[in-house]
Design a protein around this ligand. Structure first.
Ligand code: NIG
Ligand code: FE
Length: 398
């Protein structure tokens, strides 16, 4: 049994070869088909894509009423496993208190104190909130446990909702190790990593991540980050890095050198960083997280300059209790367009095709691909940024 979706005013396929040949560069990038149709099998696989007037006959039909359909957003950077509330920290930042990573300890204490079921319910609510805004694939990091048992528990709870889990034992040095940082790095690269990979390299985590940030007393410097990433790679994990968030630093170049799938934030870059990212095209994606700059009153990264330099640019939410408690990819897209010089098409591509690539996924709408779709209550993807803040996009339940 197959379902024919009709009434699609504009379909973004993310497949330039499949677009209907409009001259607009954004439409070409997105492989846009106007007046499109889609056939989906009952096990959720795309069977046919094309112009509505060429669509095959099927058993069932659904008319989407002239809406735009896009690939579901791939949110490739989140920290959804946490308990507690840090809204007062946000309020203080809005009146000038800078962010330094110190508040992470507040979330660590609350997360350790929460039961498994409490954490599970919090994660489920956040994933549902994301789906209601068009996100169909999510990466989730640990990093608010910071003991062996609490990191494992965070990863297990994350794995219940996604295959794309990331071990972030190296989020910050927890308070109990503040006077012996080396011992904490040993714990992360030894017993914690052994436990995470005990049932097979990627049984619990797909990737390892580190907050490489010399501008935070709580995070890791370049040498510590290298040790952690090399250990993770040797254990069979893919690499991700939080880099150059609070100031210039070694994170971006280290990520490119080690072949990380993604280096995230990229807020403070020098020419050598941009050159390293451009040279790493096809291997390392620069994942920009503009909700963080919004929520920390920081300058936005220069998405335009990165794209013009030939860098693979992704967008993600970084949903977390400290620097950005927004799970909204449409918000990130609106900021990228308004504040970072990206076109609406580049921003949508960054939040679907490129973020997917950073997780080893292909997010095109093409025969054989999973039908991970989102629908917009508007005739064009342009409305995502144009109607910022209005809930017009959601995952399409088939
Ligand atoms: O991606 N940079 C480090 N980690 C998070 C923030 C964590 C927090 O403040 O709770 C981030 O911005
Ligand atoms: Fe993060």
């Amino acid at each position: 049994m197959s379902l024919l979706l009709t009434g699609i005013a504009e379909l973004t396929t993310n497949d330039p070869a499949r677009g209907d040949g409009h001259a607009d560069p954004g439409d070409a990038l997105l492989g846009v088909i106007r007046d499109a149709a889609l056939v989906v099998s009952d096990d959720g696989v795309v069977e046919w894509v094309g112009a509505a007037d060429e669509a095959p006959d099927t058993d069932h039909r659904r008319d989407l009423g002239g809406r735009a359909v896009i690939p579901g957003f791939v949110d490739s950077h989140t920290h959804l496993v946490f308990a507690g509330d840090r809204s007062a920290e946000f309020a203080a930042r809005m009146t000038g208190t800078p962010y330094d990573g110190g508040g992470i300890a507040v979330s660590v204490a609350a997360t350790r104190a929460a039961s498994d079921d409490e954490l599970r319910a919090l994660v489920a609510a956040r994933v549902a909130e994301m789906r209601a805004q068009g996100t169909t694939t999510v990466e989730i990091k640990s990093g608010y446990g910071l003991t062996l048992d609490d990191e494992l528990r965070s990863l297990r709870i994350a794995r219940e909702v996604t295959a794309h889990t990331t071990f972030l034992g190296a989020h910050v040095v927890p308070r109990e190790y503040a006077s012996d940082r080396a011992a904490y790095v040993d714990l992360v690269t030894g017993p914690m990593l052994d436990a995470v990979t005990a049932d097979g390299p990627t049984a619990l985590a797909e990737s390892i991540d580190v907050f490489c940030e010399p501008h935070s007393a709580h995070a890791f410097d370049g040498d510590e980050a290298r040790t952690i990433l090399e250990a993770g790679r040797a254990a069979g994990l893919a690499l991700r890095v939080h880099g150059n968030q609070l100031g210039p630093g070694p994170g971006v170049r280290l990520a490119c050198e080690l072949g990380a799938r993604s280096v995230d934030h990229c807020t403070f870059l020098d020419d050598a960083d941009v050159e390293a990212l451009a040279a790493a095209r096809g291997a390392t994606v620069a994942t920009l997280l503009p909700g963080v700059e919004f929520s920390t009153r920081s300058p936005y990264p220069d998405g335009r300059a990165l794209i013009d330099a030939g860098v693979d640019v992704a967008l993600a939410s970084d949903c977390n209790p400290g620097t950005c408690y927004s799970s909204s990819i449409p918000f990130a897209i609106a900021l990228a367009v308004r504040e970072m010089g990206m076109t609406p098409a580049e921003a949508l591509h960054a939040a679907t095709a490129v973020s997917a690539r950073s997780l080893g996924l292909d997010r095109r709408i093409a025969p054989g691909q999973p039908a991970e779709l989102a629908v917009i209550d508007a005739p064009s993807h342009l409305h995502l940024a144009y109607r910022a803040g209005v809930p017009i996009v959601r995952a399409l339940d088939l």
